[in-house]
Design a protein around this ligand. Structure first.
Ligand code: PGA
Length: 256
């Protein structure tokens, strides 16, 4: 890690029910405590619980985000949630391009780029997820795939706009599998992404954007992963549903 402020996101995916979401939020806020002074923490609950989780967060200093957003700002788009609606409920961020949406729903790069632009237009922080499948890695194409995804997601954005984003490198084979990338594998993807930002924009922007790692991060491996120089924190799935695990991961990000 560097002098970039660390970032940890808790992606709850499609888990839980209302009462449990509120309880988890209160317990996470209490367990993280003052660590929030040194790490940006954002919770991404399921959409139906966004407002309740926002209320439960109160003054905890923890951010709130949607797990997705529409590429449209408003209109006849049945079943979608606009970035402005997320902001209206107190949200400040949106996950975009998570591999579970790319793969289960077939979200293409162009749609992910449109969602990124919509989030920025509504002044939400886009947390843009990229990452290769095991097949792509085994074929030796991991870095090319990630580069294509980053280029596509940022297409047409200015340096100032990209400066509001967080990029999440999440190798698909590491998500929910218990298999984590090695710190060296994570570092090589992260440093490629940072060089690409330097090439597309400038060195100052490349140095300032947070690039976080996701894929089976736990309390037991967080410190090692976050010690890689270009890993600025994590996007946490399964372990974000466990209060002590998630709080330890946030503390590991502070001390990395
Ligand atoms: P995981 O999920 O931590 O359960 O592997 C990470 C993610 O999908 O963001």
């Amino acid at each position: 890690m560097s002098n970039r402020r660390p970032y940890v996101g808790g992606n709850w995916k499609m888990h839980g029910e209302l009462a449990g979401a509120v309880e988890l939020t209160e317990n996470v806020a209490a367990a993280i405590g003052e660590a929030v002074e040194a790490v940006d923490v954002t919770l991404f609950p399921p959409f139906p619980y966004l407002q309740a989780v926002g209320h439960a967060l109160r003054q905890a200093g923890i951010g709130l985000g949607g797990q997705d957003c529409s590429p449209h700002l408003e209109g006849a788009h049945t079943g979608q949630t606009s970035p402005a609606m997320i902001a209206d409920l107190g949200g400040s961020a949106a996950l975009i391009g998570h591999s579970e949406r790319r793969n289960e729903l077939g979200e293409p790069d162009a749609l992910i780029a449109a969602k990124t632009r919509a989030a920025i237009a509504a002044e939400l922080q886009p947390v843009v997820c990229v990452g290769e499948t095991m097949g792509e890695r085994e074929a030796g194409n991991a870095l090319q795939v990630v580069e294509r995804q980053v280029r596509a997601a940022l297409e047409g954005l200015t340096a100032a706009q990209v400066g509001t984003a967080v990029l999440a490198y999440e190798p698909v084979w590491a998500i929910g599998t218990g298999i984590t990338a090695t710190p060296d594998d994570a570092q090589s993807a992260h440093s490629m992404i940072r060089s690409l930002l330097g090439e597309l924009y400038d060195a100052g922007l490349a140095d300032s954007v947070r690039i976080i790692y996701g894929g089976s991060v736990k309390a037991a491996n967080a410190a090692e992963l976050f010690s890689a120089p270009d890993v600025d924190g994590g996007l946490i799935g399964g372990a974000s549903l466990k209060v002590d695990e998630f709080a330890s991961i946030c503390r590991a990000a502070v001390s990395a």
